[in-house]
Design a protein around this ligand. Sequence first.
Ligand SMILES: Nc1ncnc2c1ncn2[C@@H]1O[C@H](COP(=O)(O)OP(=O)(O)OP(=O)(O)O)[C@@H](O)[C@H]1O
Ligand SMILES: [Mg+2]
Length: 484
Amino acid sequence: MIALTLAEVAAAVEGQLTGDGELVVTGSVLVDSRALGPGDLFVALPGERVDGADFVPAAAAAGAVAALTTRPDPALPTVVVADPVQALGRLAAAVHRRLVEGGLVTVGITGSSGKTSTKDLLGQVLAAAGPTVSPQGSFNNDIGLPLTVLTADVATRALVLEMGARGPGHIARLCRIARPDVGVVLNVGSAHLGEFGSAEAIATSKGELVEALPAGGTAVLNADDPRVLGMAPRTAARVVTTGLGADADVRAVDVDLDEAARPRFTLVAGGEQHPVALQVVGEHQVANALSAAAAALAAGMTPADVAAALSAAGPRSRWRMEVTRRADGATVVNDAYNANPESMRAALAALVRLPGRRRIAVLGAMGELGPGAEAEHTRLGRDAVLAGVDVVVSVGPDAVGVHTGALAERSAGNGGEREDGLLDNVLHVPDREAARRLLTDQLRADDVVLVKASRSYGLELLAADLLGSDLLGAEGPNADGAAS
Ligand SMILES: Nc1ncnc2c1ncn2[C@@H]1O[C@H](COP(=O)(O)OP(=O)(O)OP(=O)(O)O)[C@@H](O)[C@H]1O
Ligand SMILES: [Mg+2]
């Protein structure tokens, strides 16, 4: 963060200062007292189980210079506020305003699926042009977004922000903390459909991003998604479209997948054509890459530099189509970060493109889909068979619909013959442990197994078990807001 005095912090958050206003926060702004070091500012958030305010003495012991908290504490100088989350946003907004004066360019990314994947691509592309800050994991809510903003400093040229929403007004609020110059909308799908009620409501919320853009800014809209393209009239900014169609301003032609299901295509933009070979897996990454490309072009990069940087960008966040080959030759694809109908289909399409003897999809349930959930699970089971998956294993009671759908499609004569080795091509197991036993017993060299479910079902643990690995260093369960 840029250095701020406590008096400046108190003014920014409209808080009550106890202590010396001339003291300077020279380090980071952190909400986890265990991560604090000398010069840091501790923001004591109220939690469901613990109250951050109880950790102010620990923050003092760790060397923090002050705490932004709900009550004074003798252990440290404090800035006292009623609502630390709101105060965190206000502090980030004040810092962002200063950085903007210094020429910082801010890109906001929203959409139902692919925000983190796109953010990871764009962060690496923009880093080729200058110092860039992009969030870790999915830091996309009222806590993660301001924390990301606060990691930028005067040297930062570009700031990439992931913006999630669980309801109307959320993205507008995030844009008030850090108004983007470039706003990217990826897609409108069914993530959190249960909370929003309808796809139209999701589109209304995602579109708050382009409404927040200034007239001199750029809205990057996915022309392959009609609900996203439909947001064009809602912005004062210049509109740049992306997609596979000939009308898109930034488009991909000659899309192909290499032997490891990584997309290759020709990037067409600004009257130029450049080859791109992505290092990430699955055809859905073409749309993400085009959105990242359009944003980077809006930030001033050349098409040639963008194409080269996209081709060099590796996977950054865990459990998104993470392909690992075991010593015995079986391949595990861990895509267990989250799941909704669109991302399930994207993952299945990638699975059947990976080389292997049998493609096995181990699918848990998709959460938060609302009243249409059962029908969506049944459809997913059907689609898994139709996509050409050899074995469909559904896991847990909430995923029974996947089994029903897969069985129905199989008995309709679609899908392959019964494979030797596994008992049947369409299986249901009661829980993760049963899935682990089944796969430990049945996985063979040259099998490829995809593991995917909504995050709350914890199938990343199954993937880790199959790989004999632990999850150290991975995103913790509370690393982000998981808003979409
Ligand atoms: N453009 C896309 N279209 C459909 N599915 C996608 C797309 N990009 C990524 N996915 C799928 O969605 C999963 C989650 O991707 P990612 O983490 O990038 O999304 P997100 O929007 O950040 O999710 P969250 O809302 O949880 O933060 C991936 O593992 C992949 O299966
Ligand atoms: Mg995310």
